[in-house]
Design a protein around this ligand. Structure first.
Ligand SMILES: NC(=O)c1ccc[n+]([C@@H]2O[C@H](COP(=O)([O-])OP(=O)(O)OC[C@H]3O[C@@H](n4cnc5c(N)ncnc54)[C@H](OP(=O)(O)O)[C@@H]3O)[C@@H](O)[C@H]2O)c1
Length: 336
């Protein structure tokens, strides 16, 4: 099988004045890192980390010019790793892809074999990227809630940042699995979108956070997926029922959590950390297999909650994400 040496990529470059510019450029596969698996990317997707990388966040990407994109699905074009052959359809999400390794916003990526997941039967390359890291993270958090023993009969699961990538897929997957969902959003105009995803109750952010400062408040839900962190996570913990569980994955409100120990020692609540980036390959494959089978919410439903864009559209989508104006998922088509 042959492949082009030249390819298109969205490149973020830091100017002398510190500003970051984004442009679609022609790159050469011979300049990619010398890893074992060369993949021609068909689809990628937009995640919050991409918006940070594309806007010059040194905590995510230390050196520029750089091609962001923490997600990619595509076809193996060359492999020195015996586990993969030319023509295999594969997914790569997280690890260092798109952070300091050229990412999925380019038609080609070169990655270590240990980062590569065979595309499971039942999942199309496009659907795998509508899900992407956001869907993987949502599924990982939900799996932890399910494993903590919380069932649909226990009551509504609250999802914060509900219109975002992880949030919207958490709402969709929980609803698909039979859970009632209370979606917390700052976007009143997206009520219908959240209802379509399966949310039964829609709450404004202030309904959760504008509460008395007491260490424990009336129990409102048995479990939560929190994508926001900070004061939102503290408020969620204080309103979680006895033996409840809160999966925490996001830091939209910053990296600090100020709370008390009482939700943990007086209500036995579990705070479940979700790290999709370094998830073990055994667990990674299990989660992708679930998403390809019984947890697959349906291609039509995934299509309805996403918008397909080309590389040249991505800068506007990144601006929307950084200004809090995104909803659902942006899938990026790299194939011609
Ligand atoms: N741990 C992991 O493995 C992992 C994986 C993926 C993502 N993440 C993290 O999860 C978070 C969400 O990622 P994403 O890709 O879903 O981002 P996203 O699509 O930008 O969604 C974030 C959502 O947060 C809500 N939000 C924004 N500003 C807020 C504010 N000031 N107060 C309260 N809510 C606010 C908004 O939803 P509403 O308008 O509906 O409220 C927004 O849509 C990020 O911090 C990301 O880094 C972590």
């Amino acid at each position: 099988m042959t492949y082009e040496t030249e390819y298109k990529a969205l490149v973020a470059d830091r100017q002398d004045d510190g500003e970051v510019s984004l442009s679609v450029q022609t790159r050469d596969t011979r300049d990619l890192p010398k890893h074992d698996v060369l993949i021609r990317v068909d689809y990628s997707s937009l995640n919050y980390k991409d918006a940070l990388s594309a806007s010059g966040n040194r905590g995510v990407t230390s050196s520029y010019p750089h091609t962001p994109g923490i997600d990619a699905s595509g076809v193996v074009k060359k492999s020195r790793d015996p586990r993969f052959s030319e023509g295999d359809e594969v997914i790569v999400t997280s690890y260092d892809l798109g952070q300091n390794t050229p990412g999925g916003f380019g038609r080609y990526i070169s990655v270590p074999g240990d980062w590569v997941v065979p595309l499971p039967p039942g999942l199309s390359m496009k659907d795998s990227m509508i899900l992407g890291t956001a869907g993987f993270t949502a599924a990982y958090g939900i799996k932890k809630i399910v494993e903590s023993g919380i069932s649909p009969d226990d009551g509504e699961i609250v999802v914060t940042g509900a219109t975002g990538g992880v949030g919207s897929l958490s709402v969709r997957l929980l609803s698909h699995l039979g859970y009632s969902v209370a979606a917390v959003t700052g976007k009143k105009e997206k009520r219908d979108f959240l209802k379509t995803l399966g949310a039964e109750l829609i709450l404004e952010r202030g309904d959760i956070t504008e509460v008395p400062g007491k260490p424990l408040l009336s129990a409102r839900w048995p479990g939560a997926i929190d994508t926001v962190g900070g004061a939102m996570l503290d408020a969620v913990l204080r309103q979680t029922a006895h033996n409840g569980a809160v999966a925490c994955c996001g830091n939209i409100l910053g990296g600090k959590l100020q709370t008390s120990i009482y939700p943990f020692i007086l209500r036995g609540i579990s705070l479940l950390g979700v790290d999709s980036g370094n998830c073990l390959m055994k667990d990674r494959k299990e989660i992708w297999n679930l998403l390809a089978s019984s947890w697959h919410p349906g291609s039509d439903s995934l299509s309805d909650m996403s918008r397909q864009r080309r590389l040249s559209d991505v800068p506007d989508e990144i601006d929307a994400m950084l200004t809090g104006n995104q909803h659902g998922r942006v899938v990026i088509a790299l194939r011609d």
